[in-house]
Design a protein around this ligand. Structure first.
Ligand code: SF4
Length: 377
């Protein structure tokens, strides 16, 4: 079995993808058509009719296998629509997935997402089998920092609480005091300052999230120089060009983006926040400056909204396919394991976050607040 070594900085898995040919051919016949027609109705605006016969046999086989094996698929908002809407049982952003992982009844969890999400599921449900369809599905943020880095930060700043984004390895969560997501980063930062009776909080590893949180709280923030390779690439010039090319378009962005992008956008929030914004406001035209599949998945729920589609692909999320989800369920691979002593400490950090009340408006950031200086640890 391929194993990750998340203690190595800038880790990259060199494992080759190893798809296994199915024992029986998966074909698009009348039975599969009848079994999947209702699912195609759901996604027909975002998946071409010519593509459906390729997806449908795998979708039918996966949905059958899930029942046989007593498995559940947790699907992140950045999964492609044939995964998100056709085989995912529970879906959402990192915060929602962390909550779900702690409460599902099934014995097998397949994480349709990246490695740190599967690790979080295993930490929260240690007695369950947690599978990730491709061990190479990493994350630029998670790879930017190690548990040893966090231990060194703690030694240097013993009086400040360390809040870590969930987009980190188990080792990093174990060394930190509490986790956060983009949906509750301001809330967790302010909670940590109150609990530790301090005016300074260390919020790692995303520098842009830290700067956007700093502009939305009176707490002083120190951070780390990590970034999401999807959101760091958007610029304020992109927003200007979109407004010029698509007059009236409503621009939504994510707090992992640079501050000037947040300033130029109409709304900034977590992926759950973005989805709720579109649902509640039904703009005529909208652009989601985030990972490409998010627009498809939000479009499925909002057929009256026109989506303008510049976006950035996350190469890690796109490692997950119907084929390797099928292989995961059929061949029980790749199983996530987390050392119990690490898991126990990481669980405490995640649980502290989950014990806080759900934020009223997930991850909403106020673009009119002035930028604030944020130091690096
Ligand atoms: S979108 Fe960004 S934060 Fe999410 S997995 Fe990809 S690189 Fe990591």
């Amino acid at each position: 079995m391929d194993r990750l070594d998340w203690t190595r900085p800038n880790w990259r898995c060199d494992a080759e993808p190893t798809h296994i040919a199915p024992d029986e051919p998966l074909v698009y016949d009348d039975a599969v058509r009848a079994e999947t027609n209702h699912l195609y109705e759901r996604v027909k605006d975002v998946i071409l009719p010519d593509e459906w016969p390729v997806h449908a046999p795998l979708i039918a086989a996966i949905n059958r296998l899930k029942k046989e094996r007593g498995a559940i698929i947790l699907a992140h908002n950045y999964m492609t629509p044939e995964i998100f809407a056709c085989v995912g049982d529970l879906s959402g952003d990192s915060l929602a997935l962390a909550r779900m992982a702690a409460s599902v009844d099934e014995d097998i969890i397949v994480q349709a997402g990246v490695h740190f999400m599967a690790e979080t599921a295993k930490i929260m449900s240690p007695e369950k089998t947690v599978l990730i369809p491709d061990m190479r599905a990493g994350c630029s943020l998670a790879e930017s920092i190690t548990g040893a880095d966090v231990a060194a930060i703690k030694a240097k700043y013993p009086d400040y609480p360390i809040v870590t984004y969930v987009n980190t390895s188990a080792a990093v969560k174990a060394e930190a005091d509490v986790c956060c997501t983009s949906g509750n980063a301001v809330q967790v930062t302010e909670w940590a300052a109150r609990e530790w009776k301090t005016d300074t909080v260390i919020l790692i590893p995303d520098e842009f999230l830290a700067k956007n949180v700093a502009a939305n709280t009176d707490i002083r923030i120190l951070t780390w120089k990590g970034a999401c390779e999807v959101h760091e690439r958007f610029t304020a010039e992109d927003v200007d060009a979109l407004r010029e090319g698509h007059p009236g378009v409503v621009v939504l962005t994510h707090p992992e983006s640079p501050e000037d992008v947040v300033k130029a956008a109409d709304y900034t929030g977590s992926t759950a926040g973005m989805a709720a914004f579109v649902k509640n406001t039904q703009p005529e035209k909208v652009v989601l400056l985030t990972e490409c599949s998010m627009s498809d998945n939000v479009a499925i729920e909002n057929p009256g909204v026109k989506f303008v589609r510049p976006c950035n692909l996350c190469p890690h999320m796109k490692r997950i396919t119907l084929q390797n989800i099928y292989d995961a369920l059929r061949y029980n691979r790749f199983e996530i394991e987390v050392d119990e002593s690490v898991a126990e400490r990481a669980r405490r950090s995640i649980q502290r976050m989950l014990d806080l009340p759900k934020p009223d408006s997930p991850g909403q950031f106020d673009k009119d607040r002035p930028p604030v200086e944020v130091g690096l640890v």
